[in-house]
Design a protein around this ligand. Structure first.
Ligand code: RIB
Length: 297
């Protein structure tokens, strides 16, 4: 079974601020760093660091060579990353003194996916292979339809959620990885229990991983519902914490770990990511996660 992540690659321009800006405000930042990120790239690197061989497919622009290099250095297969004329995807990220962030996204090359490119990439994958998707690239409905035709298992992290997702046939998804807000956007329900119920009703064949911030996470499949708390750390930067959780949880599914063990592994990995600055740079290696002494709340 092969794993393909068809997703974004972004340059994250990350600014340390006292407080996240309000409309009309001007504030001097304390620092600026440029990190490699993008939900796609972060999740590929999380998978690779967790020990899963992963192919990343996506587009970078003229200044995006470092995104390709970073994937390569972290053990991600980059044969399906293409370079185009024009700018790479990038973000402007503010991180406040509590490690909270807000992100302004510019799609750039991530929005240049063509159907020909999708067909070319998917030709290298077969029935039973996994395809992981987020919502930072174009042609998502087409990718889902083609991957489903090939009988691939489709894992979707519909983030950031927008109405473009309304054109996707979500009944083709095998595993949803959503946070509370995305859960609400899909189901119209705010309470975690109601989100679980409604997702089961809407997509009875799908498994669901619902992350709940400080309240931990819940996983639902045909065998039941499993809950996990968080590991408390001093937050430096929450960017990519969700991507780390996603990558590590999927690695546990691939490795056939019991669900509770997989949730625990993912919670530890994302806590370590929160304690460090940057996106992909903050993602720990599996060995570090396994040797970490964190306490669960
Ligand atoms: O999930 C975090 C990521 O979201 C950042 O790396 C940024 O690029 C945005 O896509």
């Amino acid at each position: 079974m092969k794993v393909l992540n068809f997703g974004s690659l972004n340059l994250d321009y990350t600014y340390q601020v006292e407080t996240i800006l309000i409309p009309g405000e001007t504030q001097a930042s304390k620092s600026r760093e440029i990190f490699c990120g993008g939900k796609g790239l972060n999740q590929s690197i999380a998978l690779a660091k967790a020990g899963v061989p992963v192919y990343h497919a996506g587009m970078i622009g003229e200044e995006g060579e470092i995104l390709l290099e970073t994937c390569r250095e972290n053990g991600v297969n980059t044969e399906f990353i293409r370079k185009i004329d024009g700018p790479s995807g990038h973000t402007i990220i503010q991180v406040d003194k509590n490690g909270q962030n807000c992100i302004l996204l510019y799609g750039g090359a991530n929005r240049s996916i063509t159907r020909e490119f999708v067909d070319e990439v998917l030709a290298a994958f077969d029935s039973g292979d996994i395809i992981l998707l987020q919502n930072e690239i174009n042609e998502l409905p087409y990718i889902i339809d083609r991957a489903y035709e090939k009988k691939m298992m489709i894992f979707l992290n519909p983030s950031p959620y927008d109405h473009g997702l309304d054109s996707c046939d979500l009944s083709k998804i095998s595993l949803f990885l959503v946070n509370e807000i995305e859960g609400y956007q899909i189901t119209g329900e705010k309470e975690p229990e109601k989100i679980l119920e409604k997702m089961k009703r809407l997509y009875p064949g799908a498994k669901l991983l619902l992350t709940l911030g400080g309240e931990g996470s819940v996983y639902q499949d045909e065998t039941g519902i499993y809950r996990q708390g968080i590991y408390r750390v001093k937050a430096a930067d929450t960017t990519a914490a969700g991507d780390t959780f996603t990558g590590y949880f999927i690695s546990s599914v691939i490795d056939g770990l019991p669900v509770q063990e997989g949730l625990d592994l993912a919670a530890r990995a994302s806590a370590i990511a929160v304690s460090r600055p940057g996106a992909s740079a903050s993602i720990p290696l599996r060995e570090e996660v396994l040797n970490s002494s964190l306490s669960c709340v």
